[in-house]
Design a protein around this ligand. Structure first.
Ligand SMILES: NC(=O)c1ccc[n+]([C@@H]2O[C@H](COP(=O)([O-])OP(=O)(O)OC[C@H]3O[C@@H](n4cnc5c(N)ncnc54)[C@H](OP(=O)(O)O)[C@@H]3O)[C@@H](O)[C@H]2O)c1
Length: 318
């Protein structure tokens, strides 16, 4: 059976299965988190950008007050949005997430991406003439402000998201606290073997986002897109062989290799289904077959609004 937790460079233990919350509307996310807590989820992937942290916090609060859950059993993650990369903006943005989540510390705080935007009254996507307004803040300076949150006991571990190998390399060469995790898009259509190997060699734990290929993605589907991951016949075949579902196989593909997975769902039956992943194992051949589906397909389009011209744009393949 696969391990349920992974130990980070900080020494903290992170549950490998988490609940994603992007595009979980405020009106539905509280119930989703409560269902997830009852189904055994302990890791919750949140972000300032998702604009639903207050409702997630209400679910935590309800279960904590009922006495059915202790704070130290939860693993709460949030992310610093791109508009708050200036060192003086880091702590206020963090505190806003902390307050909305009704917590007095977070377990993991991630830099959402290496790309800073201008902070114009806290706008999430500051634009002029349809183009995003970048800031020239260096993510290393942002990181140093995040390290201070650890010093102050406000967060147990810090990490990054959407960083490529050279950005990680640069951060590692100057940081005081090493990034504990890098959260990136990972699934059989985007296996990123070099990044996986690099992070493993440095002890940086990967967190796989969009493990199902984000079927409800708000981006246009490219003409050459492969069949949706959840409908892929190879994935379905492996699932059938194990008497499991495709989503359970896609989650196991990561957790079996010590990579965390954070599937999003607001549908109670899906939330429960996605947690039933500890009663089977994929064979090395299954893993190899799934890896063979790689076609470098990124479903999350970061090249929106011309973002590929940002000097810290991490995806040369977009
Ligand atoms: N760091 C970053 O930049 C970044 C970027 C993207 C995502 N993320 C994180 O990763 C999380 C997951 O990624 P994602 O939201 O892009 O997509 P995903 O987890 O790949 O897919 C979510 C979709 O799958 C559906 N689904 C879930 N369980 C299912 C099941 N058992 N059967 C059939 N359909 C199912 C969901 O619908 P229902 O809700 O109806 O179940 C939803 O439409 C996000 O929510 C977010 O927390 C981070």
């Amino acid at each position: 059976m696969s391990s349920k937790v992974v130990t980070l460079l900080s020494g903290e233990r992170m549950p490998l299965l988490g609940l994603g919350t992007w595009q979980s509307p405020p009106g539905a996310v509280q119930e989703a988190v409560e269902v997830a807590l009852d189904a055994g989820y302990r890791h919750f992937d949140c972000a300032y950008f998702y604009q639903n942290e207050a409702e997630i916090g209400a679910a935590f609060q309800k279960k904590l007050v009922e006495g059915r859950l202790k704070r130290d059993e939860l693993y709460v993650v949030s992310k610093l949005w791109n508009s708050f990369h200036a060192p003086q903006d880091v702590k206020p943005a963090f505190l806003e997430s902390l307050t909305r989540l009704k917590m007095d510390y977070l377990d993991l705080y991630l830099m959402h991406s290496p790309m800073g935007f201008l902070n114009i009254n806290g706008e999430l996507m500051p634009q002029k003439d349809g183009l995003l307004l970048y800031s020239d803040v260096d993510y290393v300076d942002t990181w140093q402000a995040m390290e201070k949150l650890v010093d102050e006991g406000l967060v147990k571990s810090v990490g990054v998201s959407n960083f490529n190998i050279s950005q990680l390399e640069r951060l590692l060469s100057v940081c005081r606290i090493k990034p504990a995790a890098n959260q990136v898009e990972l699934h059989p259509y985007l296996t990123q073997p070099e990044l996986v190997e690099y992070c493993k060699s440095k002890g940086i734990v990967l967190i796989a986002y969009s493990p199902f290929g984000c079927p409800a993605r708000p981006f246009p589907t490219e003409e050459n897109s492969p069949v949706p991951l959840l409908e892929n016949p190879t994935v379905n075949e492996i699932a059938q062989k194990h008497g499991k579902t495709s989503t359970q196989v896609l989650i196991h593909f990561h957790i079996q290799r010590g990579i965390a997975a954070i599937p999003k769902s607001i549908t109670p039956s899906h939330i429960v289904e996605n947690a039933e992943v500890y009663d089977f194992s994929l064979t090395p051949k299954d893993i190899q077959t799934l890896e063979g589906l790689n076609c470098n397909m990124r479903f999350i389009k970061w090249n929106v609004l011309g973002l590929e011209t940002h000097k810290h744009f991490p995806f040369s393949d977009q």
